[in-house]
Design a protein around this ligand. Structure first.
Ligand code: CUA
Length: 324
């Protein structure tokens, strides 16, 4: 419990908390949880109180003998009230409330205007916006205040999609499509995790959900739907060549659902806050390390290392920095 109290993690590594909902779905789950906890605590206190009361009464009698039946029906009344009536009322309240919550979780609070597909891979997230033909990875952008339909798929094994501050978790199954809705109420960045053990790097399969004001979201999506900017400087052009020769077998850079790589699309890599499936901050140092030796940074990841010389690496980094 004490370890859970650590509050000094850097902001981008903040532990996501289902107790601080920023979405309608998470709010429904939290309200349900609080009701269960409150009623459970009430029943526990009542029983503890009765136990103390019984001990107290018997001690005051002080005759040391077995408890006597007073013969006035009080014992039977306790059984009817405490053993039958109270549980019926408590369970009816919890059951009724759960039915209401389940119905609410099954229906988005407003018509779904945005459709997103999230595909689980070992160990990263592919994010597709089929309405505009945009694909990106490991960073989900959402408009605040709008209902988003999310279709969940998996490319390999069972994963589970969970952004605790926005909604409950849901499995991603190979060959099946699971659906949920997201309705984020507050702009901000929320961490998501894979919540189903999926192999060696399961714990490092993370995603960021960036909730934007609707206008900012529209502008972002429109920008990504445009063709990617062409390299400007000589270094960037050289980097594009290095990319084509070394990386393009697995990665695409056009942010388009028309093409599909083995690895994440890198069309907006420069604006993402993390690399490696949400594991490392996106800066020059970790990116260089990742390109050269990803196995040292995330053992078991499907990406092999690259044998680039210093100039090639610098050129490649300059080119990757233009992708936003
Ligand atoms: Cu993917 Cu655990």
């Amino acid at each position: 419990m004490l370890a859970g109290c650590a509050a000094d993690a850097p902001s981008d590594r903040r532990t996501p908390s289902a107790l601080e909902p920023a979405g309608t779905g998470a709010r429904i789950v939290l309200d349900e949880m609080l009701l269960h906890a409150a009623l459970g605590a009430g029943v526990l206190l009542l029983i503890l109180g009765l136990l103390v009361g019984i001990v107290w009464r018997q001690r005051r009698r002080g005759d040391g003998g077995l408890p006597q039946d007073d013969g006035d029906g009080v014992g039977v009344r306790w059984i009817w009230l405490g053993g039958i009536a109270l549980p019926v009322v408590v369970l009816a309240v919890l059951g009724g409330r759960s039915v209401i919550s389940l119905a609410a979780l099954g229906t988005p609070p407003s018509p779904e205007t945005v459709e997103i597909e999230v595909v689980g891979h070992r160990w990263w997230w592919e994010v597709r916006y089929p309405q505009v033909g945009v694909v990106t990875a490991n960073e989900l952008r959402l408009p605040a205040g709008e209902s988003v339909q999310v279709r969940l798929l998996s490319e390999d094994v069972v994963h589970s999609f969970w952004i605790p501050e926005l909604h409950h978790k849901l499995d991603m199954l190979p060959g099946e499509v699971n659906e949920l809705w997201l309705h984020a109420t507050e702009p901000g960045t929320y961490r998501g995790v894979c919540a189903e053990f999926c192999g060696l790097q399961h714990a490092r399969m993370q995603l960021q959900a960036v909730v934007l004001e609707p206008d900012d979201y529209d502008a972002w999506l429109a920008r990504l739907a445009e063709p990617r900017p062409a390299p400007q400087t000589t270094a960037e052009e050289r980097g594009a060549e290095v990319f084509a020769a070394n990386c393009a077998v697995c990665h695409t850079v056009d942010a388009s659902t028309a093409t599909r790589g083995v690895g994440p699309d890198l069309g907006n890599l420069a604006e993402r806050t993390t690399i490696g499936g949400g594991v490392y901050p996106n800066n020059l140092g970790s990116l260089a390390g990742w390109v050269v030796d990803p196995q040292a940074m995330k053992p078991g990841a499907l990406m092999p290392g690259t044998a680039l010389d210093g100039d090639e690496l610098q050129a490649l980094l300059a080119y990757l920095d233009t992708l936003e």
